[in-house]
Design a protein around this ligand. Structure first.
Ligand code: CMC
Length: 433
């Protein structure tokens, strides 16, 4: 083999196989093990996918050692500072930043799809008033596949695109409706004259009874948070979307599966868990007790919002959000009730970052550590935090799904296992057991 390769030798049999080493445009190379089972009859074992590249992708790049995140090559810091939601969404979906015409066309299309079918409202009435909004999201998004039979041919690129547009457009409407259902207020229709984030805030906080004006500072902060949450390469929920899509399931079902995966506290559910943790902690006097619990191997408690599979340095998104917290809490009234929570979070971070346990394991604040404080300052309740994440991450999910479906070599994702169960044994009648 002339190209770069890796040789695997079975020390027991002496048998060897040479496997190609694939290079990406940046980041680590990957051993192509596709033929390993065929040629050697052995499998690889990597249950958490720690050393596994599950696909080729051109969308997002992360370098966890240096704390780098790029969307289509653009550093997240530049996009957060200079771009806005729909422009970055276009970038992720189509690969390049749009020109003026492309952006205005994309904006028109997304605005055009913001409304929900009126009969979809009946779904909400089937949920108990205090249903968790993530449960509602999973159900309602999954149900969309029952409404768009005209565009469910996943082999047709136009059908794929319109489904992706529909999901990006409708997600804020579905999310705001789940909140309104919780608090017993009427659903607010989308307003297409507002920005993507402005429209969402209006659907969340306006009522038919009095005028509501979108606060430009909140709109800007939301825009930034949404950009930071938009994609993160092959995380658990994006991988779920890809795996579901690999069986040729329809895109609405795939995104519903992604939402379900995001909900877990080890993933997107961490932002809600962080705020619950900070509130439970109450004040700085209790920080040490929480740190001790996080370090105790007999206690399942973990410091929520800390640690990451890929980042072994400060999560670049957390750095941006931390600064935003500072700016925002300074600008809203000084007696804002989120101030003490932020102080508590800062103190917790300081103690953890100087503690040998966290240093040794390279555990730093992640994207979820500070985001809840900003959402709370906006008036968004804890149980909606993961929903906010889902709205933004929908762009990443549909981009991954479209990339995968566009790949002519796409096959069903079907991992194998290391079987450790009983070996063959004979059935015994019940009286003999
Ligand atoms: N608090 C205390 N100890 C921790 C924490 C934490 N938050 N995170 C990891 N550890 C320890 C863990 O106990 C293990 O210690 P040891 O080597 O002694 O057994 C070591 O650090 C490595 O942890 P791991 O579980 O093997 O790491 P992982 O890559 O499988 O898990 C993680 C990554 C994010 C699930 C984990 O760090 C965690 O549970 N963090 C808290 C939840 C959280 O904030 N999740 C949001 C992730 S970022 C946004 C997103 O993905 O949506």
């Amino acid at each position: 083999m002339s190209k770069k390769s890796v040789t695997i030798t079975n020390n027991e049999t002496g048998e060897s196989v040479e496997l190609p080493l694939l290079d990406g445009s940046q980041g680590p190379s990957a051993v192509d093990i596709e033929k390993l089972y065929r040629d050697m009859g052995i499998l690889t074992f990597d249950p958490g996918f720690v050393s596994t590249a599950s696909c080729r992708s051109d969308i997002t790049f992360i370098n966890g050692e240096d704390g780098i995140l790029q969307y289509r090559g653009y550093p997240i810091e530049q996009l957060a500072e200079q771009s806005h939601f729909l422009e970055t969404a276009y970038l992720l979906m189509y690969g390049d930043l749009p020109n003026e015409g492309q952006l205005s066309n994309f904006t028109r299309i997304i605005s055009h799809h913001t409304m929900l079918n009126e009969s979809l409202k009946n779904f909400y009435n089937g949920f108990h008033y205090d249903a968790h909004p993530m449960a509602v999201m999973v159900g309602v998004v999954g149900s969309l596949s029952a409404f768009y039979h005209d565009s469910l041919d996943i082999r047709d690129p136009e059908h794929r695109e319109i489904s992706a547009h529909r999901m990006i457009a409708k997600m804020p409407t579905i999310a705001a409706a789940s909140y309104k259902h919780n608090i017993g207020e009427p659903f607010i229709y989308p307003r297409n004259d507002l920005s993507y984030c402005g429209n969402f805030l209006n659907m969340m906080f306006s009522t038919p009874c009095e005028p509501y004006e979108v606060d430009p500072m909140m709109e800007k902060a939301l825009n930034l948070l949404f950009i930071l949450h938009m994609d993160h390469e092959q995380n658990a929920s994006s991988s779920t979307v890809r795996l579901a899509g690999s069986s040729q399931a329809n895109p609405f079902a795939c995104i519903a599966a992604g939402i379900a995966s995001l909900w877990g506290p080890a993933h997107g559910g961490a932002n809600e868990a962080v705020l619950n943790m900070l509130e439970g902690m109450g004040n700085v006097d209790n920080v040490d007790q929480y740190i001790a619990r996080a370090k105790d191997k007999d206690d399942p408690f973990r410091l929520m919002g800390f640690g990451h599979r890929v980042y072994k340095r400060y999560d670049p998104r957390a750095r941006i959000i931390r600064k935003m917290c500072h700016d925002m809490l300074e600008r809203v009234s000084p007696d804002n009730e989120q101030g003490p929570l932020f102080e508590l979070a800062l103190r917790l971070e300081e103690i953890a970052l100087n503690d040998e346990y966290f240093i040794e394991r390279q555990l730093y604040p992640n994207v979820d550590f500070y985001s809840g404080i900003i959402y709370r300052a906006m008036g968004i309740p804890n149980n909606m935090f993961t929903v906010m994440f889902a709205i933004a991450r929908t762009v990443g999910w549909v981009s991954h799904w479209m990339e995968m479906m566009d790949d002519p070599q796409q096959r069903i994702g079907r991992p194998r296992q290391l079987y450790r169960g009983a070996v063959k044994r004979d059935y015994q009648s019940i009286v003999e057991r």
